[in-house]
Design a protein around this ligand. Structure first.
Ligand SMILES: [Zn+2]
Length: 372
């Protein structure tokens, strides 16, 4: 089975699918549809300016009287077309390597083989199983979010095929919420030599504001504020009329978001000749570690023990589509995909030794009476 799964992962990785190339993503979606067609009822959904989203209702043995399990993944990757030339798919040193192998084409392949195993072994599934692959996850999920939320609201549990945490492949039971702000300062331009005092430097003002903004970080509460991009000015001999900063925010608790947003909106210029404009806010709510999530993790732990695995849980600052489903109150277990390292990095790779147990864990979860 492992060689068959590896062959599918290779096919998926070699069909490149950057978020910003809808034609490429659609080619991947077609490949996924063809792969799933013998096992599921597949539909695709318009993705706006992105590729199409895919849903697939698995055709499993059993009466499926027991509600629905939503399995979430994404078809897009962060890698531009042509990355395969410098990072070809390969099997080496006990790992599979290639763009998107960890995030998250491995996880998609595991799901396919989990469904195949349940069918081949005629293991009944108590719930309807719906897979959803979004085409815009790596760029914020704006177009897929309504579909994700609609399908999650009809489900009693959500399983997310994102990679596990670390080389141990810990599951994810909490994720921080993610947002971004753009701060624009407008000052007054002047000649830095001839008319210095007439100018009000937007750069100087923004740099002072960034000092204030950075103080919004509260590590003990899991709140981080990162001014990651800064721009402004035109030439060194001109007092800058305009400057911008793009700032990433992360919160562990949803209740911390309004206060943080208020701090941004309340920024006042230090040099009164400047103005400050703030746009943005939270775009993924945190996945808070609820009682339902803890129960779901406990079930996964129990199912993994007979395979000699003691699963661990983790908190991550990174967001996924699981943030949206957990925020609706639907128990969500994330990190069920591949185990490896280097997501979004040139060393992206998965451990071949963890292909079978992950596939088996997903199959066992699909066959378990989750949420009862
Ligand atoms: Zn991902």
């Amino acid at each position: 089975m492992q060689s068959e799964i590896t062959a599918l992962i290779r096919q998926l990785v070699e069909c490149e699918s950057p978020s910003d190339d809808p034609a490429a993503v659609n080619r991947f979606v077609e490949l996924a549809s063809d792969t799933l067609a013998p096992l599921a009822r597949v539909k695709t959904h318009a993705g706006g300016s992105f590729g199409r989203h895919l849903t697939a209702e698995a055709q499993l043995p059993g009466r499926k009287k027991n509600g629905q399990i939503l399995v979430l993944g994404h078809s897009d990757t962060v890698w531009p077309l042509g990355t395969l030339r410098s990072m070809p798919f390969r099997e080496e040193k006990g790992r599979l390597w290639g763009p998107g192998v960890l995030d998250m084409k491995g996880g998609i392949a595991f799901f396919v083989f989990a469904v195949r195993a349940l069918r081949d072994l005629e293991i009944p599934a108590p719930s309807k199983v719906l897979l959803q692959l979004n085409s815009d996850e790596e760029v914020g999920s704006e177009s897929s979010r309504p579909l994700t939320e609609k399908n999650a609201a009809r489900s009693k549990a959500v399983l997310v095929l994102e990679p596990g945490t670390g080389i141990e492949g810990k599951l994810k039971t909490a994720r921080k919420g993610v947002g971004d702000f753009t701060v624009t300062v407008r000052g007054r331009a002047s000649h830095a030599g001839v008319d210095f005092s007439a100018g009000a430097s937007a750069i100087l003002e923004l740099s002072r504001q960034i000092d204030r903004i950075s103080a919004f970080t509260q590590l003990d509460r899991g709140i981080t504020v990162n001014p990651g991009v800064i721009s402004g000015g035109t030439r060194s001999n001109v007092v800058a009329a305009e400057a911008h900063a793009e700032i990433d925010i992360r919160v562990l608790r949803l209740k911390d978001a309004p206060a943080l947003e208020k701090k941004f909106r309340s920024l006042k210029p230090i040099d009164r000749r400047c103005t400050i404009e703030v746009t943005g806010g939270l775009n993924r709510p945190p996945m808070e570690r609820s009682a339902g999530i803890v129960r779901l993790f406990g079930t996964a732990q129990q199912l993994a023990r007979p395979m000699g695995l003691e699963l661990e849980e983790s908190l991550t600052g990174g967001g996924s589509d699981g943030n949206f489903t957990a925020a609706l109150g639907v128990p969500t277990l994330d990190g069920l995909g591949a185990v490896g390292e280097g997501a979004h990095a040139v060393n992206e790779s998965i451990l071949t030794s963890r292909i079978i147990d992950r596939t088996a864990l997903i199959a066992k979860l699909l066959a378990a009476p989750l949420g009862d």
